[in-house]
Write a protein that binds this ligand. Sequence first.
Ligand SMILES: COC(=O)COc1cccc(COC(=O)c2cn[nH]c2)c1
Length: 239
Amino acid sequence: MRIDIVTIFPEFFDVLDLSLLGKARQSGLIELGVHNLRDHTHDRHRTVDDTPYGGGAGMVMKPEPWGDALDSILGDAPAADEGPTIIFPSPAGEQFTQATARELAEESHLVFGCGRYEGIDQRVVDHYATRGRVRLISLGDYVLNGGEVAVMAMIEAVGRLIPGVVGNPQSLVEESHEDGLLEYPSYTKPNEWRGLSVPPVLLSGNHAAIAAWRHEQQLERTRLVRPDLLAEPVESPAP
Ligand SMILES: COC(=O)COc1cccc(COC(=O)c2cn[nH]c2)c1
């Protein structure tokens, strides 16, 4: 997978040289390009923003630098259906979920555009929607100062699903949201810690009982913490 990021803070993504994603880049599983939006300005002050038409507080990111930057990445990319998926993190976007991560992990080329200030001139979104799949994606109902943190989170969530990035693919299956439920609690040695012991079923060696206990724990946790994930209320087991 090829990932390109456009940002006014390129150094923010130096951290992607580390850990799993760093290894994935060394092994060629993920190819990363980080582009400084200011390199696509043509004035002495490398201006990327201006005051909003219609008034209001804050500044809006100018369309020209974005056009220059995205054109340099897309080149003369073919029509929308074969072009890359262009993602703008935005509080006004569709909700990012594990299903979104799985979808994006199937793509061959992702381009992330990090907005700042009050946002990017809408015409950038409208123009590139004719040249690639454009998606505004929200991490949650809160506002960040810019898209960089959201892009980092999405790259991690997507990157770890790419075959070969995570050592043991089985570990991707048994985790929160993969089966629509929150994950069960985990324990490791020592058996006793600060007066707290490990649920005996986990030491029983009875794999059917362990699986049943884990599923019940998932249901209980999901019912308590995220009832919205359950299609309808789960009947609590007969007393
Ligand atoms: C076309 O896209 C844009 O104009 C995006 O503009 C902005 C403006 C300010 C901040 C951000 C960063 O995203 C979030 O705040 C965000 C994402 N998820 N939840 C909160 C993006």
